[in-house]
Design a protein around this ligand. Structure first.
Ligand code: M6R
Length: 356
């Protein structure tokens, strides 16, 4: 049942700290500052990684690409439906990773079959033990989120981000990279997430934007998939127009849509070049009178340019997206709830899409 929650979605959002503890259990060696993922021990170190996935899982795959590239491992993500009908050339050292919560998504299975037929080694990153993806791939990494009932993927996305971080760290450690700080951040992540869930101001923030024309989400680097996922969750359950953009793309077209009636959720963590550039983009939307909601760890001065702030604790760049995304999950949930939508069963959508 819903254990006292109004919706499975809210229950599952709140289950995330537990889901992450399960996903990390036995997979961190804190003393040695290493990750220890048994399922990956017989996966040969690939020369390049290609992800195939759909929807929310595709956003997790984009996060995986960003993480692998930061570790100097060439990586690319494909929409499974595109890969299935136009597969990429497979080299000897290519590992094709299917990211699929259910393990039953037709497009993803079909893409993985194409990859295998071309001789690629395959890995399934999935939640469902013994699912089709788990059975058909050469290797499986279970995300251990526990069952997800709501059509909107929430805790499984967070668990996918953590599993892909473990996957990346495993390969990076083989290349001699030191994972000590990352291991500490992963250890603290369930508590940080609990803090975000307990303290979130999302329910108040949405009150101010109930009658907007459209909702935009921007981010750069690891915050880009968070922006895409924030917009997908929002449109899926509120039925309002929402779009996610890479911050840098704004002025290449989407800025034409920005008005005083289109709130922009800007995901900005850290205080590096990427943060500074996204703040530049925030100033551009402000100049068009758009309200800005900053989702931030407070490391930069983005708050100065924001009408509202949704805060997360400071953490490692690899773990920040789990926390910023949780704020956007709550934004989507509370907006949909205020609008009286069928949150657990949004119109026209199914939990598992088993046709291509
Ligand atoms: O089971 P999968 O992860 O393969 O599902 C892929 C998508 O259908 C899924 O992520 C979908 O986009 C979400 N349920 C949206 O919230």
């Amino acid at each position: 049942g819903k254990s006292g929650y109004d919706h499975f979605m809210l229950k599952e959002i709140n289950e995330q700290p537990t889901a992450l503890r399960q996903g990390l259990s036995g997979r961190l060696d804190e003393l040695a500052g290493r990750v220890t993922v048994e399922e990956l021990s017989d996966v040969e170190t690939p020369g390049r990684v290609e992800f195939v996935a759909c929807g929310t899982s595709y956003h997790a795959a984009l996060f995986g690409v960003e993480a692998l590239r930061a570790a100097d491992i060439p990586a690319q993500a494909f929409l499974a439906s595109e890969y299935a009908t136009g597969p990429a050339p497979v080299r000897d050292d290519t590992l094709v990773v299917g990211v699929t919560q259910s393990g039953e998504t037709a497009d993803t299975l079909s893409a993985l079959r194409e990859a295998r037929a071309r001789g690629a080694e395959t890995l399934a990153v999935t939640n469902v033990v013994d699912s089709s993806a788990a059975r058909e791939c050469d290797h499986v990494l279970y995300i251990r989120s526990g069952p997800e009932i709501g059509v909107a993927a929430t805790k499984t996305f967070s668990s996918q981000l953590v599993a892909l971080t473990l996957f990346t760290a495993t390969l990076a450690e083989r290349g001699g990279e030191d994972a000590r700080e990352l291991v500490a951040a992963l250890r603290d992540l369930p508590n940080h997430l609990q803090h975000v869930l307990d303290e979130s101001r999302a329910a108040d923030v949405v009150e101010e934007y109930l009658d907007s024309e459209a909702y935009f989400f921007i981010g750069r680097g690891p915050a880009f998939p968070v922006a895409l996922e924030g917009a997908l969750k929002f449109k899926e359950i509120t039925y309002e127009h929402a779009e996610g953009f890479a911050s840098g793309e704004l002025k290449h077209g989407p800025l034409a849509l920005v008005t005083a009636n289109t709130p922009v959720f800007a995901v900005v963590t850290g205080d590096d070049e990427r943060a500074r550039k996204t703040i530049g983009n925030v100033k551009e939307v402000e100049a068009r009178d758009a309200p800005v909601v900053a989702v931030t760890d407070g490391a930069s001065d983005v708050e100065r340019y924001a009408d509202d702030v949704l805060e997360i604790p400071e953490t490692h760049p690899r773990t920040a997206p789990v926390l910023t995304n949780a704020q956007l999950q709550l934004v989507a949930y509370h907006m949909a709830n205020r609008l009286g939508r069928a949150i657990d069963k949004p119109r026209n959508l199914a939990k598992s899409v088993t046709v291509e």
